[in-house]
Structures are given as structure tokens and as C-alpha cells.
Design a protein around this ligand. Structure first.
Ligand code: V47
Ligand code: SF4
Length: 375
């Protein structure tokens, strides 16, 4: 049998471009690549070359293990004071949005009674009438019903707004929420950090600097988080690398990010519907470059309700090692934006089958990536 090192070194030799050759050698030697090299990978590398490099990094970290968890989402409201152009989901306060009462939210949690779920993910619009205490008490109510559940709640967009409204600093605000039961912070709201692009697609919400500051403070307070990147709209490769570079720098400082989640722009029913969605090849390229570039992130997550099950299965050969969770038809953000799955739900056995058919080993994980069950 050919040794992997032999295949790897032959792969490098077979690449005509000298710069790509040197990038390949760096990756096989576990060296960090520069922003210029990251851009070159996006622009010039063949998809097969990227797959081998990304898979090398993935297997060095996790072998064939692929992680998922058993979770559901709560979306308290789609009423939002902000006006992100890519959002198909939100409604302005003067429009006819929906809002769940605390009792309705409690009933969602109670509906899982006796069922195996380990995480609830709470994210929604930024409602002008809701404040820090409301958000905190929501967590408290959930924990009262399910004390053991991991609460991953509120993006930096929601946090920046409620802390500002409550006139508390980030550290203090996070401490208050932690005392109510907050366990970690989801990665949403990062979009794209480049200020010129951000100004064009989501001018009025938390700035890039604000997003990074909230996550940095959370990490310093011992609250882990995720990071996302919205790609495939008006940004260029340089903007994606700038985004990854800012995340890599923060992760060097804090090591508080659990996973990076690229989110593909979906174009249905929003103010950016005139833009085409990028191709499957571009999705795979993006997963691979993200895996290669973010050498200090342990996990790259494909969010299947957003990209569909087929692309998710393919992504496992392009650097992805985590496919989020069962979700249980509890999110509307992506179906309203045009995702294939109008009712996103996968049972544990469907997830296990998807992962096994892709040639990988399914591992049910906790929210903090402890291995709960290997299939
Ligand atoms: O920030 C909104 C995105 C995000 C569209 O941390 C869109 O585990 C594509 O935070 N096309 C919120 N994307 C979702 C989020 C998330 C999702 C999955 C896992 C985790 C995690 C976090 O949804 C927003 C925005 O980037 N989004 N509209 C759209 N049309
Ligand atoms: Fe509001 Fe979030 Fe939609 Fe932006 S993406 S409009 S912050 S719900």
C-alpha cells in the first residue's frame, strides 16, 4: 500500500504552480499559511488539491470522526430593529412579525420531556421591547424545566443591543446572563468583517469590532463560543481571508472558539435576491480553505439546514468534521431564505447513516465536544 506521505509528496510534485506547491508543503509540515497564500488557494487551487490538503488537516485532528449533537432551536421572535439586506426572516416592529410568549417557549421545552436532547440553541430577531432581564429569565425558565441542558444563546448582535439598552458593560452583562444559566454563545452575526462590505449588507447592527470584542470578553470570562461567516454574496476572496484572519488572531489570544461555521448566502425573499447563489464547488472550496486557514480552530461545522444533506455529506471530505445536530424542525431562518429543507429535522439514525455513507465515523458529542457515543 502506498504510504500517505508518499501520496502527499507526489500530490505536491504534480501541482504546476510553484506557489501552490510551497503552500501544500507548508500544510503537510503543519505550518501556518499567510493571508496572501490563503487568497491564492481560493483563486488558483484545483478542488481536488484543496480536498487533499483540507482532509489532511481534518484527519490529523480527528481522523474519520464526525461530530453531531442532539439539539433543538428556540426562535423567540422574528421582530427585529435591524435591517440586514440578506435576511428573509425578520420583520420590522411596525410589520406583522411573530413573537412567542414565555409560556409558549416553556411548552416547547416541555415537549422534549423524556426525550434525549443535550442542547438548546436560542437565536432570533432583536425585539425593541425585550431587555436583559427578559433574556435572562428566559434561560432561567428553560433551566428550571431541563436543568442539565446546555443553553447556547443569543448572538453578539442581540447581546450588543441588550447590554447597550441595559447600560451595562459586556463583562457585566455576560456575567448576569451566566448567572441565569447561559453556557455558550452561538456564532451568528459575524457576517463578513470587512467594514466596506458590512456597511453595504448590514450597516445598522453590531460592528465587526463590537462582534469580536463580545466574543473576546466571553472567552476571557470562560464562556465559549462559535464563529460564522456569511459568504457567497458581494464579498470577494480577500474579504473572506480578512474575516478568517481576524478570527484566527482572536483564537490565538483566547482559544475560546469551539467551531467555525461558514453560512452560505441564500437568496430567497430578501433585499439581495437579485444575487445568484454560489455553486456547490464554491461551497466545497470555502470549507476546504477555511479548514486549512484556521489552524487553531478544532472544528469546522457544516450547518445542514442551510446547505442541505447532500452538500453536507460531501463537505466531510473537504475539511468538515461537525454537522451540528438533529435540529428537530425548530428553525425558520433558512427555510425562509430558500434552503431546500422546509422542515429541517434528522433523527439520530438518519445523521448516523449520512455520516457512515460518507465513509466517516459518527460521534454524538456534547456542546463542549465531549464524546457521548461513538457509532
Ligand atoms: O448571523 C441570515 C445567517 C445567522 C441568511 O453557533 C443567513 O452553532 C444565509 O448564528 N442566507 C444566524 N445565512 C445563524 C447562526 C448559527 C447557525 C447555525 C449554527 C450556529 C452555531 C449559529 O444566519 C445570521 C446570518 O449570518 N443568515 N439570513 C441568508 N439569507
Ligand atoms: Fe435582525 Fe438578525 Fe435578520 Fe439582521 S440577520 S435583520 S439582526 S434577525
Amino acid at each position: 500500500m502506498l504510504s500517505e506521505t508518499f501520496i502527499d509528496s507526489n500530490l505536491i510534485k504534480s501541482v504546476a504552480n510553484a506557489e501552490l506547491k510551497s503552500i501544500g508543503a507548508k500544510i503537510f509540515n503543519s505550518q501556518r499559511i499567510s493571508p496572501e497564500e490563503g487568497i491564492l488557494l481560493y483563486q488558483k487551487a484545483e478542488i481536488g488539491f484543496l480536498a487533499v490538503l483540507a482532509n489532511f488537516v481534518r484527519e490529523k485532528l480527528h481522523g474519520k470522526k464526525t461530530f453531531f449533537n442532539t439539539n433543538f432551536h428556540i426562535e423567540p421572535t422574528n421582530v427585529c430593529v435591524f435591517t440586514c439586506d440578506f435576511c428573509s426572516y425578520s420583520r420590522l416592529p411596525k410589520e406583522d412579525g411573530w413573537e412567542k410568549s414565555p409560556e409558549e417557549i416553556e411548552n416547547i421545552v416541555k415537549s422534549y420531556s423524556g426525550k434525549h436532547v443535550t442542547e438548546v440553541h436560542i437565536v432570533g430577531g432583536v425585539h425593541p421591547k425585550r431587555g436583559l432581564q427578559y433574556y435572562g429569565e428566559l434561560i432561567q425558565r428553560i433551566k428550571k424545566i431541563r436543568p442539565e441542558i446546555h443553553v447556547k444563546a443569543y448572538t453578539a448582535v442581540e447581546l450588543e443591543y441588550i447590554f447597550r439598552k441595559a447600560k451595562v458593560g459586556i463583562k457585566e452583562g455576560l456575567e448576569i446572563l451566566r448567572n441565569y444559566g447561559l453556557d455558550s454563545i452561538p456564532g451568528g452575526g459575524a457576517e463578513i468583517f470587512d467594514e466596506t462590505i458590512r456597511e453595504k449588507i448590514c450597516a445598522d447592527k453590531v460592528s465587526s469590532q463590537g462582534w469580536l470584542e463580545i466574543h473576546e470578553t466571553a472567552h476571557q470570562s470562560g464562556i465559549p463560543s462559535n464563529a460564522t461567516m456569511l459568504y457567497g454574496h458581494i464579498e470577494e476572496y480577500q474579504h473572506r481571508i480578512d474575516h478568517l484572519e481576524r478570527l484566527r488572531n482572536l483564537q490565538d489570544k483566547t482559544h475560546g472558539f469551539n467551531a467555525f461555521i461558514p453560512l452560505k448566502f441564500r437568496n430567497q425573499d430578501n433585499a439581495m435576491s437579485h444575487l445568484s447563489e454560489v455553486t456547490l464547488l464554491e461551497d466545497l472550496r470555502n470549507y476546504a480553505v477555511s479548514r486549512i486557514y484556521l489552524d487553531n480552530f478544532k472544528h469546522i461545522k457544516a450547518y445542514w439546514p442551510m446547505i442541505g444533506k447532500q452538500t453536507t455529506a460531501l463537505s466531510l471530505s473537504f475539511g468538515v468534521d461537525d454537522i451540528d445536530g438533529t435540529v428537530d424542525d425548530s428553525t425558520k431562518i433558512y427555510s425562509m431564505a430558500g434552503a431546500e429543507d422546509q422542515h429541517p429535522v434528522m433523527t439520530t439514525s438518519e445523521i448516523v447513516e449520512l455520516i457512515q455513507r460518507a465513509g466517516k465515523i459518527p460521534v454524538e458529542r456534547s456542546s463542549l465536544y465531549e464524546e457521548l457515543r461513538v457509532f
